[in-house]
Design a protein around this ligand. Structure first.
Ligand code: PLP
Length: 392
């Protein structure tokens, strides 16, 4: 019998990709399935970005680039961070990778030692704990619920930090809850973090541009500039510019850490795709005007969906500040249906309503469902009607 590594046996495949695949399988078998599992915008990549990539191919920009990214793209990232976030970085503090996923993977492998604890607020992006486990670290999750709008409190953070803690991960706006931290909330977390100078902070700003809150976007280092030397900023073009397939993410932080992450990347993928880098450069240099119509559509769908979900018996959902997910509690609906596991409940909705959702246990908080509203209003209306029909 083929023996696999202990490492790979400790991790699970991405549950969000699994739901998407399962929905695709049922569809291929002729079932009428609405997929609300996928975490990607339904819009096309804006044309000026595609044109830049086509030009790159035609001009022969199809070879290896510097491992850490082309000078042009790194410059565009530095300018983005300056203009949007008032953060200053030099070129040796920037690493471009094959999606935000690889940025975090590089961080985990370059920074975490066996047994190191990584504090991860739940509900979390599904990949953080598993990537920490691959790096032989220990995820320490802080469970939240709607009473704090799925945000950790300073007290919870303080209680989670031990002498083994090396990293705290923040993600705002959040996948899956859609909520974002305010400047004041970040400053309160910063006051705790300041007491633990050996703890690094990763801020995952992937959904920065998908935003409609009535307060301005902030991350831990814009809110607490004194934490600059201990913070790594993770961001990318996947969600902002509807470029999930191009695979470009980036990290900005301490030069020593970025250098170590670059070394990891140099022994795995080398540079991200040359053509995608040109496209990402055009995206960032083009600013966020092309993003605004997408955000407007996401906001309209959000407003519709949250209200509609709250009319489903046993569902209750808070409003988000951004991203493109709704994260209702379905605890009452599960009780009514006599189902204890949210995985089973998701399976019921998939088979009986034909709606694919991701159960909250995938994000570390059982009893919820993540619905992506990166799909048309008509599809959302149909999905809500089908779920209602099955549950009433
Ligand atoms: N961070 C968060 C919070 C995400 O939701 C995702 C994608 O789902 C990523 C990072 C990674 O994005 P990508 O690797 O597609 O750039």
């Amino acid at each position: 019998d083929l023996q696999l590594s202990d490492r790979v046996q400790q991790i699970k495949p991405s549950p969000t990709l699994a739901v998407t695949n399962r929905a695709a399988e049922l569809k291929a078998a002729g079932k009428d399935i609405i997929g609300l599992g996928a975490g990607e915008p339904d819009f096309d990549t804006p044309d000026h970005i595609k044109q830049a990539a086509i030009k790159a191919i035609e001009s022969g920009f199809t070879k290896y680039t510097a491992v850490d990214g082309t000078p042009g793209l790194k410059k565009a990232i530095i300018e983005k961070l300056k203009n949007d976030n008032n953060l200053s970085y030099e070129a040796n503090q920037i690493l471009v990778s094959c999606g935000g996923k690889q940025s975090f993977f590089n961080l985990a492998l370059a920074y975490i030692n066996k047994g190191d604890e990584v504090v991860i607020p739940a509900p979390y992006w599904v990949s953080y704990p598993d990537m920490v486990i691959i790096a032989e670290g220990v995820p320490v999750c802080i469970e939240t619920d709607e009473s704090t709008r799925f945000k950790i409190t300073p007290e919870q953070l303080e209680a989670a930090i031990t002498d083994k803690t090396r990293l705290v991960v923040l993600n705002s706006p959040s996948n899956p809850s859609g909520v974002a931290y305010t400047k004041e909330e970040l400053q309160a977390l910063g006051a705790v973090l300041r007491k633990y100078p050996n703890v690094l902070i990763a801020t995952d700003d992937m959904y920065e541009y998908i935003w409609w809150a009535d307060f301005a976007f902030e991350n831990i280092v814009t809110a607490c500039p004194d934490l600059y030397d201990r913070t790594i900023v993770l961001n990318g073009v996947s969600k902002a510019y509807s470029m999930t397939g191009w695979r470009i993410g980036y990290a900005a932080g301490p030069a020593k850490l970025i250098g170590a992450m670059k070394k990891v990347q140099s022994q795995s993928t080398s540079n991200p795709t040359s053509i995608s880098q040109v496209a990402a450069e055009a995206a960032l240099n083009g600013g966020r005007d092309c993003v605004l119509p997408m955000v407007k559509a996401f906001k309209e769908r959000h407003d519709y969906l949250i209200a509609a979900l709250n009319t489903i018996p046993g569902f209750s959902c808070i409003e988000g500040d951004g991203a493109f997910y709704a994260y209702p509690s379905v605890k009452e609906a599960m009780k009514t249906a006599g189902i204890e596991s949210d995985v089973e409940f998701a399976e019921k909705l998939l088979l009986e309503a034909g709606v694919a959702l991701v159960p909250g246990s995938a994000f570390g908080t059982p009893g919820y469902m993540r619905l992506s509203f990166a799909t048309s209003m008509d599809v959302l209306k149909d999905a809500v009607a089908r779920i209602k029909k099955v549950l009433s």
